[in-house]
Design a protein around this ligand. Structure first.
Ligand code: PMP
Length: 332
């Protein structure tokens, strides 16, 4: 990068340089249209091509079959904490929640407003330092779905495999905000996957929802239309004005990920990066002087956190590791 720093922020997070430069070159006059993407109708032919390509490239990246709808929504993952129970449950229905950290706590609190969630496992007593094994957990008979947070961004615990919800009426729902598109995932195991874009795939302002089509159309009558998945699926995410510019940036990121070899290739690169990030010390100030910024851990846990989303180059991590070694030598 010639921007002089490596940005390890947890989100909004670093984006691929090639994406930023392409967006810059197309910003003022998008492909000869005389307008920027921000200034044109979301129902015009240019934007129609953008959102269609975003969807088809994402389908290629994650091998998403036609049994699933792909939605580009607003409101962040936090809005999905409410949309999920509103769309999948009636108020008297139960749903199972596995609570592995701060974000699943928030999801649970929202669900309590719209259905009857049960916490079937919580890592609270162990300060959210581990993920449960699914075999040990009894699921509630009749629960409409099982909700998990795929990766707890604050505590740093990630599900490495996924359960098959045991009873037939139950479906698996995952918040994948911080591990979306970091590796291949078998979409067919899920009923709903949702993710804010601002970590691995774009800017804040767009939230991606992947939902099995047979789950559409069962929302609670009180559901605001902007949270009703069917309204968005029936209109290809154009029920109301979508976050056009954010979707455009996502489409450039998806294209870039495909060019890099897709999610298998990203997973390999990310594993290599994660393997290098074991040494963590109090060195934030000195690191910043060396051009490595936003390494401070989340307020609630402190420490050091280096986010290594797709767009962080290996060189950034190598520089960080070299600095850590040097820091250690100077602070025996
Ligand atoms: N879930 C997870 C796992 C997250 O990391 C975040 C954001 N850091 C959220 C939900 C909330 O997302 P948003 O700010 O887009 O509502």
């Amino acid at each position: 990068s010639d921007r002089g720093i490596y940005n390890f922020a947890a989100g909004p997070a670093t984006l691929p340089e090639s994406v930023l430069l392409k967006a810059q070159s197309e910003l003022y006059n998008y492909r000869g249209s005389g307008m920027s993407i921000m200034e044109m109708s979301h129902r015009g032919k240019e934007f129609d091509a953008v959102i269609k390509k975003a969807e088809s490239d994402l389908r290629s990246l994650l091998s998403i079959s036609d049994d699933f709808a792909v939605l580009f929504l607003q409101g962040g993952a936090t809005t999905q904490f409410s949309a999920v129970p509103l769309n999948l449950c009636m108020p008297e229905d139960s749903a199972d929640y596995i609570v592995t950290g701060s974000w699943s706590v928030r999801a649970l609190k929202e669900a309590q407003k719209f259905c009857k969630p049960n916490v079937i496992w919580s890592g609270k007593s162990e300060k959210y330092t581990r993920i449960c094994s699914f075999d040990e957990i009894p699921q509630t008979l009749g629960a409409k779905y099982l909700h998990i947070c795929g990766n707890e961004t604050v505590q740093g615990v990630e599900f490495k495999d996924f359960p098959n919800p045991m009873n037939k009426s139950s479906i698996l729902v995952a918040d994948m905000s911080s591990n979306f598109c970091s590796k291949p995932v078998d979409i067919s195991k899920f009923g709903v996957i949702y993710a804010g874009a601002q970590k691995n795939v774009g800017p804040s302002g767009v939230t991606i929802v992947i939902i099995r089509r047979d789950l559409l159309g069962h929302a609670q009558p009180i559901t605001p239309v902007t949270l009703d998945y069917r309204a968005h699926a029936d209109t290809d995410s154009l029920y109301n004005t979508p976050p056009c510019f954010a979707i455009y940036i996502c489409s450039l990121v998806f294209e870039c990920l495909l060019h890099q070899g897709g999610l298998e290739a990203m997973a390999k690169k990310n594993e290599k990066k994660a393997g290098k990030s074991e040494l963590e010390k109090k060195f934030i100030e000195e690191a910043a002087k060396e051009g490595m910024v936003q390494l401070k851990g989340h307020l609630s846990v402190g420490g050091v956190r280096a986010s290594i989303y797709n767009a962080m180059p290996l060189a950034g991590v190598e520089k960080l590791v070299a600095f850590m070694k040097d820091f250690q030598a100077r602070h025996p």
